[in-house]
Write a protein that binds this ligand. Structure first.
Ligand code: COA
Length: 171
């Protein structure tokens, strides 16, 4: 399957069970499916998109949780990417890349300032995410896998990131 064979669209209420099954298969356990469920319940998702194959099955999912950037007295809304998943049988055919590209485009359109990702730099730097941009931000996830991308020229360059409470339950 190539990128041309999937349609990217926002997730809808009726998709939730199929998304949970996809996340459980892609991550080999329920932690990420539970995370997405908690984020939804808490209304902490800024954007969630699906990749749907020709036959109608969901083959990829990306969730962008709402994060807060704290700077002195200010709290500025920013976003993360967590999790990104592609059905095991469909990996390495461009679906993850298509979901990333579509998300970044929509986040820009929404007027988001900054996006943060914890992941493999070999994968995420190809979408413009950068270790250097993330470096000045204080985060529980700071380190060699923590990347950021400014989506607006006036995006803040430092601050402390606060994650939604669903992340506190992750092991
Ligand atoms: C990571 C993931 C989302 C990538 O999606 P994908 O559709 O398989 O990736 P794409 O087809 O867009 O890109 C493929 C390229 O990305 C790279 N790549 C894929 N998975 C990678 C990984 N886990 N680490 C580093 N690079 C990876 C490879 O270079 C690959 O190119 P190649 O096939 O020429 O070697 C998918 O493999 C997945 O769901 N994995 C399990 C869940 C996971 O680990 N999610 C990410 C953390 S939130």
């Amino acid at each position: 399957m190539t990128r041309a064979d999937v349609v990217i669209r926002p997730e809808q209420r009726g998709d939730h069970a199929e998304i949970a099954a996809l996340l459980t298969a892609a991550f080999d356990g329920p932690a990420e499916a539970d995370l997405v469920m908690r984020l939804r319940d808490d209304n902490d998702i800024a954007l969630a998109l699906l990749a749907v194959a020709n036959g109608g099955e969901i083959v990829g999912h990306i969730a962008c949780p709402r994060l807060q950037l704290v700077q002195a007295e200010r709290r500025i809304p920013v976003v993360g990417v967590a999790p990104l998943a592609v059905a095991p049988a469909r990996q390495r055919s461009g679906i993850g890349g298509a979901l990333m590209a579509a998300s970044l485009e929509r986040l820009r359109q929404q007027g988001e300032a900054l996006v943060f990702v914890l992941g493999d730099p070999a994968y995420y730097t190809r979408f413009g995410l950068s270790l250097a941009v993330a470096e000045p931000f204080a985060s529980d996830y700071a380190g060699p896998h923590f990347m950021a991308l400014a989506l607006r020229p006036d995006a803040p360059a430092s601050g402390r990131l606060v994650y939604p409470r669903a992340f506190s339950d992750l092991g």
